[in-house]
Structures are given as C-alpha cells and as structure tokens.
Ligand binder design. Structure first.
Ligand SMILES: [Ca+2]
Length: 319
C-alpha cells in the first residue's frame, strides 16, 4: 500500500504544509533514545506520534475489541466491510484520559518496493519473531497533555485530534515519560515494525486495497491515487478513529491524518536494511529520521510533487 516516508530536513522546502525538521540536539547513540531532530511546520498538520510501542514486562490485561476493516476496488469503491477483532490493553493516564495499545502478532512480510527508483528499494523479507504493541490510535492532544503537560498542536481545541508539531525528540521524550509513569517500556516503532503493523498482512498498494479515498483515510483528496475519484481535501486533522475504519490489525489512521515518527534514521535505499524488525540507526545522518504514513495534506496522486509522494510498489505496504 502506499507508504511514504519523508526526509524531514530536505524534502518539503516548497510546501509549508509538510513537515520540516530542524536539528535541535547533538545525536547520541542509543537504541531508543537517540536524539534526532525535527520540528514540524507552521501549519502543523503533519508530524504526530502514533506509533508508540511497548514491550510489557509487567502483566497487562488484554481485552478483545471489535472493529471494521473495509476493502476497496481500484476506483475506491468499498467492496466489503469486514468485522474483525483484536486484543488491546489500556493505560490510564489520569483525568479520564486513556491510551489503548493493540497486540501485534509475530510474522513476516515483504517490506519496500520493487521500483528501483524508489527509496524503498530493494524489497526485502522482514521476519518479526516477537509480539509487540502499537497504539490503536495516533497519540491525541489529550494524551500528550496528560503525559508531557503541554499541547504544541496547531489545530487546538480538539482533544481527540492527534497531536502535531511534534519533533522526533519530542516523540522520544513522550515515550520516555510514558515509560517512567507506567513502568512499561514505550518507544517509537522501528520502520519495519511500523510497516508490518500498517500492512497488517496485506500486499496491496494500501492496506485497504489498490487505492484509498478520503472517506477512509484523511489525505488530500484532490490528489487521489490510481483511478480513484477526487474527494474531500480537509487540510486539517480529524479526531482519531473518527473515519470509523481500522486496518486488519485494528489500528486506526495509520495512513493519513498525521505523519508518524519511527526510530530509524533515513537511508535513501533499503540495501542492507535490518530484516529482523530492529531499527536501522547507523550508516546515515542521525539528524534525519523516518516519517511514515502521510498526513491530511499528503497527495497520493501522480500530480503530487516528488517531495510529497514516493510511489510504492504493489507489495509495498501501508500505513
Ligand atoms: Ca497517521
């Protein structure tokens, strides 16, 4: 499925709606706490933080939940809506603010694109032999405020909208504070974990099929992918989960709404990328980190500028 990542410092100079990074700190090498960079842009509809993932040394109470996963045809018409279930646990952040974490099963998938011109080339098999947890939703403004004590978002007055204007360092700090508060380890997902979770077992261009529409993904509907019709271009975030559909793992808005930070540093190719789900944090500029999934301002269609759009192979994933 369409998958994007952007190179925050270099790729959006001509579009202030897209995320832009500014190095803030000197990198120091550690797996989950490496300092990166990145301040988001002025419009603030881009970088959020949804992919927190936890390993859970302390017992958690998993509960089953139901969700709906649509499948669309090449024109974006919904062919089916399937009811599925997954397991999640809930962190209580106080003040009635909750954080739900979905169990992601072990598995393997083909990561990347077969398009040799893509920075997601070469496609390669990744085997993740452990289970982990991903946020059911993008981290919301209410959650961010509960953990960090502030709200940097441009689209304010929307507690259930995803937080934005979040740098990579900010996202790492959020995870650190959340870990300290809960006694469980939270960190950003590796890019491989993110793509695996986003694809959720699918091999189509998007996790919902060969294209998407603004009815199920919050992106710039003026620039649809493939043969889908034009649609709504909201140009702003929407409350998490409000489009009513999740991928097959039960994750909402993994595509669109806000970009999502991964641990990895950005490489312009997947040559020599890890194949075990671990983050790739060496061999490139540590001040450039990977964002995935697109935002409410992202254009999937061929008219999009290359800085916003990188074609994904058929086997490329989602989120
Ligand atoms: Ca997203």
């Amino acid at each position: 499925m369409a998958r994007q990542r952007i190179r925050p410092q270099e790729e959006n100079d001509d579009d202030d709606r897209e995320t832009r990074d500014t190095p803030k700190k000197t990198p120091k090498p550690s797996r989950s706490n490496t300092n990166g960079s990145a301040n988001s842009n002025s419009a603030g509809n881009d970088a959020g933080s949804s992919g927190v993932r936890a390993s859970a040394p302390q017992p958690v109470s998993l509960q089953s939940f139901d969700f709906v996963t649509p499948t669309v045809d090449s024109n974006g018409n919904v062919k089916s809506r399937e009811r599925k279930s997954a397991n999640a646990y809930t962190e209580d952040l106080g003040g009635s603010v909750k954080l739900e974490m979905v169990a992601i099963p072990p598995g393997e998938f083909m990561m990347g694109s077969q398009d040799k011109s893509s920075d997601e080339y070469p496609q390669h098999r990744v085997r993740i032999n452990y289970s982990f947890f991903m946020g059911k939703f993008e981290v919301t403004q209410a959650q961010w405020r509960a953990v960090v004590g502030s709200n940097p978002s441009s689209f304010k007055d929307c507690d259930e909208c995803p937080v934005e204007n979040v740098s990579w360092n900010d996202a790492v700090e959020f995870c650190r504070k959340l870990s300290a508060r809960t006694g469980r380890e939270y960190r950003l997902p590796s890019e491989a974990e993110w793509e695996y979770a986003a694809r959720a077992g699918t091999t189509t261009q998007f996790a919902f099929g060969p294209t998407v529409t603004p009815d199920i993904v919050n992106y710039d509907g003026n620039y649809p992918y493939g043969s889908a019709a034009k649609g709504t271009s909201r140009q702003r975030t929407v409350p998490v989960g409000s489009l009513g559909v999740a991928n097959a793992f039960g994750l909402y808005d993994i595509l669109g709404n806000v970009w999502e930070w991964c641990q990895d540093v950005y490489h312009d190719s997947y040559s020599d990328a890890p194949i075990d789900g671990s983050a790739w944090i060496s061999g490139a500029d540590r001040n450039v980190r990977v964002l995935r999934g697109g935002s409410c301002a992202t254009r999937f269609g061929p008219l999009a500028s290359t800085c916003e759009y990188s074609a994904a192979g058929v086997s490329d994933f989602r989120r």
